[in-house]
Design a protein around this ligand. Structure first.
Ligand code: F6P
Length: 359
């Protein structure tokens, strides 16, 4: 305690609305304690000499709370334990540069690192903390799948975007008597699909946690037809999969999910004769300004991370545990993925409202 003079902040993995709010809160909280603050560009690239390390001052973090993206840049290809190095023959070799990174961190005279990231980046943060980097993690992802925190910032903004899209699709679906299939992100967790589906009053919600049967999905559509509801809204999580089936990958090698809405559209149209349209919202859910609640969570996380450093508490992650922000060990945060509880009250609410999960 009292020995901190200089800290660094970085953002890793896919972006999420609220990253800049965390950066601002952490930077100002640290500056107000008399510490110097630096931003490492593009996750760990700045520390490995492949990008910049820049001072974060009151001026550089002014007016950024509401901005999407990250002023520090980010990457999903920046694992220092398996760093991609281009070879003269054009191929890429993975090299462990973690020791080099720890040395660079010390040579820069940093006393602590605030690592803002999702599950992949928090796992890297955990491994780097085991190598001696005094580090505090901040959970970020629109997927809301980080263990130990009620919410990650970015999630509620993504839910807003998806809900707005579902609202808009209702009128065109009704006008044309079509089935609209809306694919949302979330990887192997169905949080975005469930929350936006319920809020947007979808008729069918398909999530990875509840494998579906296409017959059941079609039954719901036919039942609606019988009730003279000639349109249906299906919200599907990108990671949803049928019973005895597998998720749909847009890029199987990189395990990038995507494309299930098109497959469902074809299957539903063949089985019910209904005209179907598929729409994947993709990165629209990650772009733009964080909503007010995400800003608030992000600002609270940034300030709490600095508080942790001041207390000498490292190897931990800040977490939302309403009404408080507390810390949990990084080991616990990365121990498993937080998925939708199938017996939870939001699923029960959806079922009570007559929504189908295709099961
Ligand atoms: O983890 C956030 C996320 O947006 C997932 O919901 C999605 O599967 C993935 O990232 C997309 O990654 P990329 O930005 O590499 O396309």
């Amino acid at each position: 305690m009292g020995t901190i003079k200089k800290i660094a902040i970085n953002t890793g993995g896919g972006d999420a609305p609220g990253l800049n709010a965390v950066i601002r809160a952490a930077a100002l909280s640290a500056i107000n304690r008399g510490w110097e603050v630096y931003g490492i560009h593009r996750a760990y690239a700045g520390l490995l000499g492949e990008d910049e390390i820049v001072p974060l001052t009151r001026d550089t973090v002014r007016g950024i709370t509401h901005l999407g993206g990250t002023i520090l840049g980010t990457t999903t290809h920046g694992n220092p334990f398996a760093w991609p190095m281009k070879q003269p023959d054009g191929t890429t070799r993975r090299v462990d540069r973690s020791d080099e990174l720890v040395t660079a961190f010390r040579e820069h005279g940093f006393d602590a690192l605030i690592a803002i990231g999702g599950d992949g980046s928090l796992r890297l943060a955990y491994d780097l903390s085991k190598k001696g980097i005094p580090l505090v993690g901040v959970p970020k992802t629109i997927d809301n799948d980080i263990e130990g925190t009620q919410l990650t910032f970015g999630f509620l903004t993504a839910v807003d975007v998806a809900t707005d899209a579902i609202d808009r699709l209702h009128s065109t679906a009704q006008a044309h008597e079509r089935v609209m299939i809306v694919e949302v992100m979330g990887r192997d967790a169905g949080w975005i699909a469930l929350f936006s589906g319920v809020a947007g009053t979808a008729d069918v919600i398909l999530i990875p946690e509840i494998p579906y049967r296409i017959e059941k999905v079609c039954e719901k559509i036919v039942e609606r037809e019988r009730m003279r509801r000639h349109f249906t809204i299906v919200v599907v999580a990108e990671g949803a999969c049928p019973v005895d089936g597998a998720p749909v990958y847009e890029d199987p090698e990189r395990r990038r999910l995507g494309g299930i809405c098109e497959i469902l559209a074809k299957q539903i149209s063949e089985r019910t004769g209904k005209e179907c349209r598929a729409i994947a919202l993709r990165h629209l859910q990650r772009g733009g300004s964080p909503n007010a609640y995400d800003r608030l969570i992000a600002l609270r996380f940034g300030a709490a991370a600095v508080e942790c450093i001041a207390k000498g508490e490292f190897g931990c992650m800040v977490a939302l545990d309403p009404p408080d922000v507390r810390t949990i060990p990084l080991a616990e945060a990365v121990s498993r993925q937080k998925r939708v509880p199938v017996d939870g009250d939001v699923v029960a609410t959806a079922r009570a409202l007559g929504m189908s999960f295709g099961d």
